[in-house]
Design a protein. Structure first.
Length: 485
């Protein structure tokens, strides 16, 4: 383990003095988590104190882009799958060829710049929520399913905040602008109020080794288009362009451009060590849990194929998950997020038994569709974690659902048998519930209701008609008997 001495560095409005840090390979600073209680970094902290910027540590031992864009999600202790998501961590490097644009960036924070929009969204999703690199995203000492959820949360909520701000993404080539990207200032103020941060907070990444407060390293031209070199030299507020052919004598050593080094600045707005979740963070985390369960389980409920299989059906399921994720990011049918969360849990017959923090939704420790038709699912009476639970897996919600309709072997009364028949498929098709989530145990509003076994729904209509025909014959025979007596 080596010590790294940091030079004094300027972060816009904040200066961090020279200090020493200890670093190690990923996962750094991972704390041991006792399974018998909730550690502090997984509890609500009413008044946490988190710095806006994190110390610059070069080289990084991590880059969240690697774990968020190519996401490895564990849906049980050992079952996992890879999914490639839309890359938002690109095209953030500025190049300044005119003093006017360089001076504008240096003058003051401005959310019209894409890199500041991305830094703000990453800060809100992580530091603003109390989610950290070491305790949540890279911690090998917590259950893999929980670590996977936090990685999903960071990607999903960052995208969701950018969507709320109305910011085009780098691959929205027709409308994206690195230096003047669209954003909704009213929504920006709402999010700032939610997380208790001032509207004028500086989200520029201001460190560069040349001491130019963020505009980067100076490049000099010295006699030909192919002869450009970079020099770590102080920017003086002006810049000379490459002279034209008539100015041949004065070409030597003219400033050509300043450019940011690729230090992946979004990483430095992510909390390194957590002292607990914020109040705003609990709300955002619960929304991420709803989306996570809906995307992973809802895709399997739609295709009826496990997301961890190796065949083409699993690929289709993962593509469906990506489509559901984009819908969740855009907030389509936002008011139905809780019923959707509950519905897919029932339709995939999983059990809620994984606790992250008191008052947060429980997750299934096994997020794989249960295709055993002999199991109707679990009642899942407990849906939110409580303080008397333990962090991670809990032996709870073990009660299996009992079918509302039981076989009546040997029963010969056709009237009672007909009365116990379920409604026919033609009636069920008029149910207001969507295909994903039309499940036993919930009515159209997501409330407890009568349970119906899927196997019984296939009862052919002519069987019931046959029962009534038999009954009519029997009654007629009894009446004729009385007449002759």
């Amino acid at each position: 383990m080596s010590a790294i001495t940091l030079e004094e560095m300027d972060y816009g409005q904040k200066r961090i003095n020279s200090t020493k840090l200890k670093t190690e390979q990923s996962p750094p600073y991972a704390r041991q988590v006792e399974p018998s209680h909730f550690p502090q970094e997984f509890l609500l902290n009413e008044s946490p104190t988190y710095d806006l910027h994190q110390p610059f540590n070069k080289p990084n031992s991590y880059d969240v882009r690697e774990i968020l864009v190519n996401m490895d999600l564990y849906v049980s202790e050992s079952d996992h799958f890879m999914i490639k998501l839309r890359d938002i961590f690109k095209n953030y490097i500025h190049t300044y060829k005119e003093a006017e644009t360089a001076n504008a960036w240096l003058k003051s924070p401005n959310m019209q710049y894409w890199d500041q929009q991305l830094n703000f969204a990453m800060w809100a999703t992580t530091t603003g929520c109390g989610v950290s690199i070491h305790d949540h995203l890279y911690n090998e000492n917590i259950p893999a399913q929980i670590r996977s959820f936090f990685r999903f949360h960071v990607y999903f909520m960052t995208r969701r905040i950018l969507n709320q701000l109305g910011c085009p993404l780098p691959d929205d080539t027709d409308v994206f602008d690195l230096n003047n990207n669209v954003f909704n200032e009213v929504e920006y103020h709402k999010i700032c109020d939610e997380f208790g941060v001032d509207y004028n907070t500086d989200f520029r990444f201001s460190y560069d080794p040349s001491g130019n407060n963020g505009i980067g390293i100076g490049y000099q031209w010295y006699g030909g288009a192919a002869h450009i070199k970079h020099i770590q030299r102080k920017y003086q507020g002006s810049m000379l362009q490459i002279p034209d052919a008539e100015d041949e004598a004065r070409r030597s050593y003219k400033w050509y451009k300043f450019q940011n080094a690729d230090y992946r600045p979004y990483n430095y707005f992510i909390l390194k060590n957590s002292a607990g979740f914020t109040q705003a963070g609990l709300g955002r985390l619960n929304r991420s849990i709803e989306a996570y369960i809906y995307c992973v389980l809802g895709s399997q409920a739609d295709t009826r194929v496990s997301i961890v299989d190796s065949g083409g059906g699993a690929q289709e399921t993962r593509q469906k998950m990506k489509a559901l994720l984009e819908d969740e990011i855009r907030g389509i049918n936002e008011d139905d997020s809780i019923p959707r969360y509950q519905n897919v849990i029932n339709s995939t017959r999983v059990k809620l038994d994984l606790a992250i923090s008191p008052s947060l939704w429980l997750l299934p420790s096994k997020m794989i569709i249960n295709l055993n038709t002999n199991v109707a699912g679990y009642n899942n009476f407990l849906q939110q974690a409580t303080e008397n639970m333990k962090f991670g897996y809990n032996n709870i919600n073990n009660e299996v659902k009992k079918p509302a309709l039981e076989k009546m072997e040997g029963h010969t009364d056709p009237i009672k048998r007909a009365a116990r028949r379920p409604v026919l498929r033609s009636t069920l098709q008029r149910s207001p519930l969507p295909a994903v989530g039309r499940l036993a145990g919930l009515d159209a509003h997501g409330q407890d209701g009568p349970e119906v076994l899927p196997a019984v729904l296939e009862a052919p209509e002519h069987d019931i008609l046959h029962e009534y025909a038999t009954l009519g014959t029997l009654v007629g025979a009894i009446l004729l008997t009385y007449l002759f007596i």
